[in-house]
Write a new protein. Structure first.
Length: 255
């Protein structure tokens, strides 16, 4: 018996369903622009067909944001407060690619007067749905959709700002930490990073756990659960400890 399902996912749709197959490739998936208010900026990216068959590609505009766990969410244009979807124009919006063929997509962003801070939008690039058979013998209909993110921050929009909203200790062995970080400013924070330190009552650092880089949009909150790997037999003894979260986000001071 052959089963058929429809699968839709942003970015690596083939990987998410465990299928080994060729697909579309994009030369660039994020643009960070700095046109002045009242000015404009432009960019290009290339769409490449790695499949053995022709595919029709459609390009559309969408808003996007991130959930607290960092997952991308794509929304109709105008859904987010700092949407730049009405500022962007692009071409072509539809084209057919032969195998190994590439097409350049051009876009322009016209920034209104008087805006400050980061605004953003995206271009969704979607190929022709394909039926693909998995290793389990199931036939699925895969729609390949990629998001090209476009962020615009006029010069002089302000300094990076942020704060740690909350730090919770939910276990000692293993040490389980949950951190909530908020971007309180108007500009995008593209690469927040830091560490969690565990100190004893004398102030000696017993452990330092790195926090990998993560981005945070203006007004957004990110929830972090740093991975802490402690070898067997190295459990913390019962007692009092100080747990610190230190984050670097490009502002004037550390958090």
């Amino acid at each position: 018996m052959t089963m058929r399902r429809t699968v839709l996912a942003a970015l690596a749709a083939l990987a998410t369903v465990g299928v080994t197959a060729l697909g579309l490739r994009l030369s660039q998936i994020e643009f960070n622009l700095d046109a002045p208010a009242g000015g404009s900026a432009s960019g290009t990216f290339v769409v490449i067909n790695d499949e053995p068959e022709p595919t029709t590609v459609n390009v559309t505009v969408a808003d996007w944001d991130r959930l607290p766990d960092g997952e991308n969410r794509f929304l109709p244009p105008g859904s987010v407060e700092r949407s730049a979807s009405s500022w962007i124009t692009f071409a072509p919006s539809q084209f057919t690619l032969q195998p190994d063929e590439a097409v350049e997509v051009r876009f322009s962003l016209n920034v209104p007067d008087g805006v400050e801070g980061t605004y953003w939008t995206s271009l969704l690039v979607e190929g022709t749905p394909r039926e693909v058979e998995t290793q389990q013998g199931t036939t699925i209909l895969v729609r390949r959709r990629f998001a090209v993110k476009v962020l615009e921050t006029p010069p002089g929009s302000g300094d990076p700002q942020g704060r740690i909203q909350d730090l919770q200790i939910r276990g000692l062995n293993p040490l389980t930490v949950v951190i909530q970080f908020e971007n309180t400013g108007r500009v995008n924070l593209p690469a927040v990073k830091g560490r969690v330190e565990v100190r004893d009552t004398a102030g000696q650092t017993l452990e330092s756990i790195p926090i990998e880089e993560f981005p945070v949009l203006p007004g957004a909150v990110r929830v972090l659960r740093p991975a802490i790997a402690r070898a067997p037999g190295q459990a913390l003894a019962p007692g009092r400890y100080l747990v610190l979260a230190v984050l670097y986000f490009g502002g004037a001071s550390l958090l």
